[in-house]
Each structure stands twice: as C-alpha cells, then as structure tokens.
Ligand binder design. Structure first.
Ligand code: NAD
Ligand code: UDP
Length: 341
C-alpha cells in the first residue's frame, strides 16, 4: 500500500488516481487545509475504487506512527505542503513548520516503522536562476529567494542526510517544473481557495469572467517576445512520473533526483495565444512590471528521467489548456469547450 500525503490536493489526487488505476492500494493523509473531501469522492468515481482516507496532519507524529503500524504501507509519496510563494514571504514560520517540519516528522516516523521508500514533491525553484539551459539535475541548487523555495531545498537536504545515514533508504526527489492542466474528465483539477498567483489558474479566472484581465509581469525579458518562459507540463504526465519513479526506486538505494518537465519552454504570450485558439475566448491583457523574484527563462533537460525512469511527458500545451478549461467550466457549470488538437 502507498501512503500519499496531501493526496486530496491538485497533484496528489492525480497521483492517487494513477495508482488506483494500476490496482495499487492507496491511503491518503490530508488535513484538507487547501483541498476538499469532494476530491476523494471524485478520485473514487474515476478509479471505480475508493482510496482509504484519513483527515489529519503530516506533522502529527503519533498519527503517522499509527498509520504506518495499522496499514501495510511500503512506500510514501510526500505531496503535503504549502505552496504559495507570496504567502511564504508573509508567513515564513508557517511555511517552515509545515513544509520542513512535515518532511522531518515523516522521515522520523518512516525510519521507526522500517518504511524506506519515499518520493518527494520538490520543485525546479531549488535551482534558482540557473545560468545554463536546459536545466539538468547536475546544475547546482541556487539560493531560493523566498521561504517556500528554501523549505523545498531544506527538505531535500534533510532527505539527503537521512539517506546517507542509513543504506536502507531509497528516496526520489522529483523536481517539478510547471504543472498545469487537469484530468481529461474535467472532474479533477486545481481549485485555488484565494487569488491565484500562478499564470494558468489566474488566466482561467479571467476566461470565466471572474477577473477583468490578465497581468503580464514584464515584457522586457531577453526572450522571444519579452515575456517569461517556463516548462509547462500536464498534471497527468506528472502523476505518471511518480509511478515510474517509485518503480525505479524499488530497485535502488540512496537518493535519486529527477527533473519532471517536458524540455520545452513557452512564453506567457504563447500560452495566452494557445489558450485563445483552443477555447475561442479572448483574454484581455495588461502589461505590467516584472514580478520581483521572477527569472526570465526556465526549462528542464528531462533526459535523466527519460533514461532512468522510462518516463517522458507526452501531452501537448493545447491538451493541457483544453483540459484545464474543461475543469474550470465544470466548476462553474459552463460547458462549451472546443476539442484540443
Ligand atoms: P495543493 O495545495 O493542491 O496540495 C497540497 C495538499 O497538502 C493539500 O490537499 C493540503 O490540504 C495538504 N496539506 C497541506 N499541509 C498539510 C499538512 N500539514 N498535513 C496534511 N496535509 C497537508 O498543492 P499541489 O499543487 O498539489 O502541490 C503538491 C506538492 O507539490 C506541494 O508540496 C508543492 O509544494 C509541490 N509543488 C507544486 C507545484 C505546483 O506548481 N503545483 C510545483 C512544484 C512543487
Ligand atoms: N505570470 C504572469 N501573470 C500572472 C502570473 C504569472 O505574467 O498573473 C508569469 C510569470 O511572471 C512567469 C510565468 O507567468 O513568467 C509563470 O509564472 P507562475 O507563477 O505560473 O510560475 P513560476 O513563476 O513559479 O514558474
């Protein structure tokens, strides 16, 4: 059985669904601070099978000890955490407590229970502003400019130290690039509870008339059209990456690091234009100043994941955008979505 912390959230729910679909038993632990119980129902509907669900906190050591004792868990995927960069600047202690404290407590409980396979939701943010592109796993980690990024790097470092101390550990640090999109059914997706910070959730709210325009943060970067370039990948591809990572980890020891990205970058304006083509909806834009802390360009070299995991992102930008819009439309009771390419 696989324990997925944060499995009611955007990425964790997609990961849970993939494993259930492969006949695995899944236990989800989530305190629902940024998700809803309805996600568990949707996972069950799509999988035709219910995951076990416990509402609780990953920092609760006693609860973890009980779960690791009571269920036949042999691997953990640690997605639980807080992820809003701006909020992390305002509330650093809450971010370190949840993200670093959660990782620490989880590793302690796993070690005591003798469960040594761990997949961790890390982020390309740990690279900072990498001088060479595409970014491969050998690139030095940078100096994250916000507590969120620091909390990911600190968690990675804790896991590296833990693995060095005991050869039974097998840990995969998955450095996600920019996950977007939703399950093609339109039943699972990202549901921000406050004003979105990220490009796609904000764009979706503009498209559905909840916000007047999309602010483009800077059009004077040294990129094709002056706007920031990122490596967007479909959340279903990302979820499949977790399945491949755990399969690979079962046959190795120590710490393994894999970039999960497509290897191709798109600018903000390219994303907007592709969205307009896919949905037929015009997005009003307002060109504004650069967002502090943003880098110009970031995309992955996914070769290591391709070679070692046999995993490669295959879904197009168009399908990411069509699936995201289908999810958003379902949320709002709207329907008219054009087919993706
Ligand atoms: P999300 O907020 O949708 O999911 C996180 C889940 O963790 C939520 O369901 C939340 O309720 C739960 N959670 C938070 N604190 C918890 C706690 N103390 N105990 C138990 N559950 C708790 O976010 P997501 O986009 O699915 O991200 C999942 C992971 O991937 C996070 O660790 C995030 O930092 C990381 N990540 C996300 C992105 C992205 O763009 N979405 C990029 C890189 C890394
Ligand atoms: N971006 C933007 N307007 C927004 C949100 C983001 O122009 O409302 C830009 C941002 O400057 C970056 C890209 O979109 O160039 C991706 O930003 P996001 O926050 O989604 O991801 P991250 O910066 O964390 O990679």
């Amino acid at each position: 059985m696989i324990l997925i912390t944060g499995g009611a959230g955007y990425i964790g729910a997609h990961v849970a669904l993939e494993w259930l679909g492969q006949g695995e038993e899944v236990l989800i632990l989530d305190n629902l601070c940024n998700s809803q119980r309805a996600a568990i129902e949707r996972i069950s509907t799509l999988a035709g099978k219910r995951p076990e669900f416990i509402q609780g906190d990953v920092r609760n050591r006693r609860l973890l000890d009980t779960l690791l004792h009571d269920y036949p868990i042999d691997a953990v995927v640690h997605c639980a955490g807080l992820k809003a960069v701006g909020e992390s600047v305002r509330e650093p202690l809450r971010y370190f407590d949840t993200n670093v404290g959660g990782s620490l407590t989880l590793c302690q409980a796993m070690a005591q229970a003798g469960v040594f396979h761990l997949v961790f939701s890390s982020s390309a943010t740990v690279y900072g502003d990498c001088a060479t592109l595409p970014i491969n796993e050998a690139c030095a980690t940078g100096q994250p400019t916000n507590p969120y990024g620091m909390s990911k790097l600190m968690s990675e470092n804790i896991m590296k130290s833990v693995a060095s101390s005991d050869p039974r550990w097998s840990i995969g640090l998955l450095r996600y690039f920019n996950p977007i999109g939703a399950h093609p059914s339109g039943l699972l997706g990202e549901a921000p509870t406050s004003t979105p910070n990220n490009l796609l959730p904000y764009l979706l709210e503009v498209a559905s008339g909840q916000r007047p325009h999309l602010s483009v943060f800077g059009n004077d970067y040294p990129t094709l059209d002056g706007t920031g370039v990122r490596d967007y990948l479909h959340v279903v591809d990302l979820a499949l990456g977790h399945v491949c990572a755990l399969d690979t980890l079962r046959g190795r020891r120590g710490v393994s690091i894999w970039n999960l990205g497509t290897g191709r970058g798109y600018s903000v304006l390219e994303v907007v234009s592709a969205f307009e083509q896919v949905t037929g909806i015009k997005i009003p834009l307002s060109i504004e100043a650069r967002r502090p802390g943003d880098i110009a360009r970031c995309w992955a070299n996914p070769q290591k994941a391709i070679e070692e995991l046999g995993w490669q992102a295959s879904r197009s930008l168009q399908s990411m955008l069509a699936d995201a819009w289908r999810w958003q439309s379902n949320q709002l009771g709207q329907v008219d979505v054009r087919q993706a390419n």
